[in-house]
Ligand binder design. Structure first.
Ligand code: GDG
Length: 737
């Protein structure tokens, strides 16, 4: 049975060393919760570092045994690896670069070497566990090279990758000497996920610029595979926070704190210590509030929790000092005997206590300068239940793309944050509740379980899509079968692309005229009363008429815009195609899930996203995002996006070879169809034909919807000769007999 193997730098269990030996504690991160139900089921397993150096083989065996019993497999890192791979390249190079703090990033070749070596170590650990049928889901910036390493060893594996932090613009990424290698590493996956469409767009643009690969419709064509790229905004375990906030334990904490704080309004701030989180900016804004609105002195407190993190690294130690100093100065200046402006904690709290903080806070102040998503914002929303409360949220957090009812601010604009604080503290309770309710609906619906399912379903889809694009070589057996079917059919349709199929490409397109042998072959095939031969090309009418117009052929010109049946005049074509809807529907469904009240309408030739019944603030934000997403996805696809009244509509802008060929399929459908083509536009033709048609892609190592492939025009010529020969040796039943 196929299993899911989750791989992340850290395991969902923390191993700690104490005087009496090793201790194992569950880690409470969102990822651990979201994937908890998966990795413990059906023999699945989570591979990762247990969080501390364990060099002694006996201890390693103890850790391995203990973790194995809970579906985990440890990867042990030495002190030197932790220094160079984790603190060095991951946190000293990638973290600052991806968060737009390039000036803090180190470019140390020995760290890069360690990063490669540790990714390789993870690769070996996964290979030791993974069977050929297993799904491997790799997480985050510490393991960017891993998908490609796995792919090298297991070309057929199903591999997903999700990045939890922002993906920076190409201009920032290119500063890294190893940017191209990192992108290639990620492209080993079949599906690459980001929190927002913005990150996804940056990634696609970097792949286009640095690797020169085509990146159309959120798909990347590598030499060997199609890689899907998409946005999957991560959710939280909503029920867990909602329930914990009203649990007996949390209520106990809340009562104790309320006794001390009395009727002071509470502004809550929770982060890991990090320069991306804007903690100092937040303190300055709080000070600004007391300055600009002194009426709040004595009436409002900032409850600030900073969870220790990476404090061995110089920048983090300096940041800690800056925060300590600011808190000291503000408290010294404003405090009274009975009131403390800032209650500052530099430690982490148990889960129930955290839930109590969320529940009792009047305002959550979340002001990162960059943040992949920010789960704290969502946890606050879940924990508030029916109580009023206001979320102030930085517009640079991924979560801002979803939480339109928050007070969205630019964290570096201190005056704006000060005014948002004042607005939050004076906002009528009813408005607070309404805004919260809208956001609660969204965060509840799109929780971490929905996120996990969506990602894994999409990964399965990416594999199915790849398989449908795998063609078989037209070998001797297949050729014999094709010729047999041809001989016994009496109503045959032969559809031939021209350039790259019937003739070789020429540097000057005007010189690609047919040679005498081709003209003769086409004539004999078309003279046969059982055959209908259609040349179906992107060429203009004039060239086709000039070169082939004297033959008894039918024509489709300009990719389906014009058609001419033998003996008739050229005419314009009018009919549309709808197969693209399969591709776009899942994207619209995502927006429906994330925008309560919106819906999809499916018409014959279009898909419509209606948002009239959705909350106007959220809908406006989403419509902008979806429009941009769709414009990007539809570029060069022949589709267009129309903005209507509270609707976005995607429809076919034009015609293609598939819609054109459909004219020859009815009302008397042929009993043998052969279609030959070499490029992207011929894929529309292959898609439009029934599955029993002999569809043949012309090209080496092709990815195509066609059933078979042949290497080049010379092989096509050979096939046409064989058809001709088959006609000579065995005539089918005469027409009308
Ligand atoms: C990365 C990305 C992205 C905090 N203090 C305590 C505590 N926490 C928990 C929170 C929350 C988590 O830590 C922090 O999550 P964030 O999302 O805010 O930030 P990062 O750690 O930087 O995470 C981020 C995330 O990955 C997921 O993709 O959102 O953008 O940087 O869950 O509740 N938990 C407990 N005590 C504390 O004192 N128990």
């Amino acid at each position: 049975m196929s299993r899911t193997i989750i791989v992340s730098n850290r395991l969902p269990t923390k191993v700690q060393r104490a005087a009496d030996g090793l201790h194992f504690q569950p880690s409470e991160g969102g990822l651990a919760t979201g994937l908890g139900s998966i990795y413990r089921a059906d023999g699945n397993v989570w591979v990762g570092w247990p969080g501390l150096p364990v060099d002694d083989p006996a201890e390693q065996a103890q850790v391995t045994e203990r973790l194995q019993a809970d579906s985990m497999a440890p990867v042990f890192l030495s002190e030197a690896e932790i220094h160079a791979f984790y603190e060095g390249f991951s946190n000293g190079t990638l973290w600052p670069t991806f968060h737009y703090f390039s000036e803090l990033a180190t470019h140390e070749p020995s760290h890069w070497q360690a990063y490669q070596a540790v990714n390789e170590k993870f690769c070996q650990a996964v290979l030791a566990l993974a069977g050929p049928e297993d799904t491997i889901w790799v997480h985050d910036y510490q393991l960017l090279l891993l998908p490609e390493m796995l792919r090298r060893e297991r070309p057929e594996a199903t591999i997903g990758f999700f990045l939890h932090i922002p993906f920076p613009s190409y201009e920032l990424l290119r500063v890294l000497p190893w940017a191209a290698e990192l992108l290639r590493g990620m492209l080993g996956a079949d599906l690459i996920g980001f929190h927002t469409f913005g990150y996804m767009r940056h990634f696609l643009s970097a792949v286009g610029h640095l690797l020169g690969l085509p990146t159309q419709s959120g798909q990347i064509e590598t030499p060997t595979r199609t890689v899907l790229v998409d946005a999957f905004p991560m959710g939280i375990d909503y029920a867990r926070y909602a329930e914990a906030a009203v649990s007996a334990a949390a209520q106990g904490y809340e009562r104790t704190y309320r006794e001390v704080l009395r009727d002071t309004q509470v502004i809550l701030s929770i982060d890991r210590l990090d320069y991306t989180k804007g903690i100092a900016l937040r303190l300055r804004a709080f000070e600004g509030l007391l300055l600009a609105h002194p009426e709040w002195i004595g009436k409002v407190s900032l409850l600030m929790i900073v969870v220790p993190s990476r404090d061995q690294v110089a920048e983090y130690a300096a940041l800690k000092e800056e925060i300590d100093e600011l808190v000291g100065r503000i408290n010294a200046q404003y405090r009274t005997i009975s009131w403390n402006p800032i209650n500052y904690f530099y430690r982490s709290f148990p889960f129930e206590e955290l839930a109590a903080f969320y529940h009792m806070a009047d305002v959550a102040l979340v002001t990162p300068v960059r943040d992949g998503m920010n789960l704290v914002a969502k946890e606050f929303i879940a924990a508030k239940g029916d109580l009023p409360g206001v979320l102030i949220l930085s517009d640079r957090a991924g979560a801002a793309q979803e939480l339109a009812e928050a007070l969205l601010i630019n964290p570096t604009d201190t005056d704006q944050v000060v005014e948002a604080l004042h607005q939050a503290l004076t906002m009528p309770a009813e408005e607070q509740r309404q805004r919260l309710q809208h956001m609660q609906e969204l965060v509840r619906q799109y929780d971490v379980f929905a996120w996990t399912k969506l990602f894994l379903d999409r990964l399965t889809y990416s594999k199915i899509k790849q398989h449908t694009l795998t063609t078989d070589v037209l070998d001797a057996d297949a050729q014999a079968q094709l010729l047999g079917a041809y001989q016994t059919a009496s109503h045959r349709l032969l559809l031939f692309d021209y350039d790259g199929t019937l003739v070789r490409f020429q540097a000057n397109p005007q010189r690609a005229h047919p040679d005498a042998e081709l003209l003769e072959l086409l004539r004999t095939l078309a003279d046969n009363p059982h055959n209908r031969v259609v040349v179906i090309s992107g060429r203009d009418r004039a060239s086709l008429t000039k070169w082939l117009g004297d033959l008894p052929l039918d024509f489709i010109a300009e990719h389906g815009v014009w058609l001419r049946r033998h003996g008739e005049d050229w005419q314009l074509f009018q009919e549309l195609q709808a197969t693209w809807k399969r591709e776009f529907r899942p994207l619209l469904e995502q927006y429906v899930r994330r925008t309560a009240g919106s819906l999809i309408e499916e018409k014959d030739y279009s898909l419509v996203w209606h948002y009239r019944r959705a909350d106007p603030g959220l809908a406006a934000l989403r419509a902008r995002e979806l429009l941009s997403h769709l414009s990007f996805m539809t570029a060069n696809t022949g589709l267009q996006v129309l903005e209507g009244n509270k609707v976005l509509e995607i429809k076919a802008a034009g015609l293609n070879k598939g819609t054109a060929a459909a004219r020859w399929l009815g009302p008397e459908p042929p009993d043998f169809i052969l279609a030959l083509g070499d490029d992207r536009t011929d894929e529309d033709l292959f898609a439009a034909l029934p599955p029993e048609a002999y569809t043949i892609k012309v090209g080496r190592a092709p990815r195509s919807l066609a059933r078979y492939s042949v290497p080049g025009p010379a092989d096509v010529r050979q096939l046409l000769r064989q058809l001709h020969h088959a006609d000579l040796v065995a005539r089918p039943v005469p027409v009308g007999a």
